[in-house]
Design a protein around this ligand. Sequence first.
Ligand code: ADP
Ligand code: ADP
Length: 228
Amino acid sequence: MIRFENVTKRYADGTVAVDDLTFEVAEGELVTLVGPSGCGKTTTMKMVNRLTEPTSGRIYVDGSDISEVDPVQLRRRIGYVIQQVGLFPHKTVLDNTATVPHLLGAGRAKARARAAELLELVGLDPSVHGGRYPDQLSGGQRQRVGVARALAADPPVLLMDEPFGAVDPVVRERLQNEFLRLQSQVRKTILFVTHDIEEAVRLGDRIAVYGEGRIEQFDAPAAVLGAP
Ligand code: ADP
Ligand code: ADP
């Protein structure tokens, strides 16, 4: 579903963020990208939805070379969740979630019904939380809205960049468990960045262990933990 072929990213100042990366992620697979800060995880993600372009190499999503796909069309098929989810502050939670279905052509009532479904899917009660504004939610609840919104276009691919990084450990564990349950229902192809090896192990079908712009190991959690 996602394939990197000899992908290198050199930023304008000469920094080589990603160095000759080749890997493949299967449909419905959840791969966690783990490693210290600055080793190229976010750059890898941003190249998948063309927020930044590789210097060389090719990236394929669902068989298409993405350099030939219009970025707006591409992003419709790729949900993106980041640590500081940017919700519209003046829209309710329900309307934040309904925006994408509405933009994609659903009528207002249908978009809101779809949004309510999505909120339930991520463990929020539409009748309780749907009418609130983002600043009336806890951090954990805001991240859930971010996940619901990313799912709104029903994209086959999800990019998640430390989505649970800003909440406390107890809430994070609850979000991780709920997220695993959600993934067992929706089965998206997911790249999930974390710097927390425990999170990488708990969530990943496979783990890509990063170091200095390269993937040093790409394997199932048990194999990564068993490595010397
Ligand atoms: P990670 O997500 O693993 O923390 P990043 O992909 O954000 O790593 O960064 C990889 C390297 O690229 C780092 O050395 C970082 O400083 C550098 N980098 C990231 N974005 C830019 C940019 N826009 N311009 C120059 N260098 C950048
Ligand atoms: P979570 O585990 O989802 O992060 P918290 O334990 O932080 O939730 O919050 C507990 C409860 O407090 C939740 O039901 C949430 O709705 C409520 N709450 C948190 N922050 C606010 C706020 N700023 N305004 C209103 N309710 C809030």
